[in-house]
Design a protein around this ligand. Structure first.
Ligand code: 6CS
Length: 312
């Protein structure tokens, strides 16, 4: 059988590298083949999720940044400063987290999805047309965010005018000044040439990009034990591979940006400059609990416990 797997990035970006490793492992250990559909071949992130839920796709990579309306608890990944920036700690966290591997697995299952793994794609940086040294500098900035209500609340709390858009509208939106800022991990700023249409890169340490890979649940439940095992093993192998692949990636891609655009201003905010962003985080956390109630509170507490365990 041929299984179809769509993701939100190109073949050479992080999600594409993960997908290729997953395909390689599945094909080596089962009788099945996997056909990969990179970003743009089947539509936007929302489209591929619909296709996965409908069973047209067997596998999909959709980031929680787009899953917020389907699974409100998945917005927890947008509470600022919840996730650390340390890559080793993050790698341990996603792999061992009960919140992810048990609690979220149930929530995704309720939506007809078998959650295979979540993995980190790197610290997100803000890219803008004017300097950002404090929250005040975001005033009047129309800042593109993924279509996630809590991410909207974050940027509102940071002082910007949040503008939720699918990825396909971001480059053009910056070019035509409909938006004046956006955030993404460093590798993506280079690969998508977003540096061409922004002049400042700012690191506030407020988040790490999280993504999620899942299977259509009816499809998965219908498989034999050997295939299920092979899929889980392929997911584990691709996880280890992608963590390793990203070592030093943010640094090397930032160097490429500087080379392509020497006039780019890159700023790592000081503790003092981060203060207003950190202060805003508490309000966003409160908003998250308001939006998701007991279920959200429980998952947030579990996630914090998991992060603490991963810190050691
Ligand atoms: O910002 C976005 O919409 C995109 N960012 C990344 C790193 N991957 C896919 C997603 O669509």
């Amino acid at each position: 059988e041929t299984w179809r797997y769509a993701f939100e990035e190109s073949m050479d970006e992080v999600q594409g590298k993960f997908a290729q490793k997953f395909k390689e492992e599945v094909e080596a250990n089962t009788d099945h083949t996997i056909q990969l559909f990179p970003y743009g071949t089947l539509g936007e992130s929302a489209d591929i999720m619909e296709q996965a839920q409908a069973g047209i796709l067997q596998f999909v990579d959709q980031s929680p940044g787009f899953t917020g309306s389907l699974i409100p608890e998945a917005q927890v990944f947008f509470v600022p400063y919840l996730l650390p920036t340390d890559q080793d700690q993050l790698a341990r966290f996603y792999k061992n987290s009960k919140a992810i591997n048990e609690d979220f697995q149930k929530l995704y299952a309720d939506q007809g999805l078998e959650l295979l793994t979540m993995f980190p794609e790197g610290e997100v940086a803000m890219t803008t047309k004017s300097p950002v040294e404090s929250c005040a500098d975001l005033n009047e900035v129309k800042f593109r965010v993924m279509t996630n209500p809590l991410l909207v609340e974050s940027y509102r709390a940071f002082g910007a005018t949040p503008t939720p858009l699918p990825w396909g509208e971001v480059y053009g939106g910056l070019q035509t000044n409909i938006i004046q800022g956006q955030e993404n991990p460093t590798f993506f700023l280079y690969s998508t040439k977003i540096y061409e249409v922004t002049d400042y890169i700012t690191y506030a340490g407020h988040n790490n990009f999280t993504t999620a890979v899942m299977a259509n649940k009816d499809f998965y439940d219908g498989l034999g034990d050997a295939d299920k095992k092979a899929i889980q093993a392929a997911s584990d192998a691709a996880y280890d591979y992608i963590v390793d692949y990203q070592k030093g990636l943010a640094d090397s891609e930032l160097e490429k940006i500087k080379k392509a655009k020497p006039e780019m201003t890159v700023t790592v905010l000081t503790e003092e400059q981060r203060k207003c962003f950190k202060d805003a985080a508490a309000d966003v956390e409160t908003k998250f609990i308001e939006m998701t109630g007991d279920s959200g509170k429980k998952i947030l507490d579990q996630l914090k416990a998991d992060l603490k365990a991963a810190a050691q």
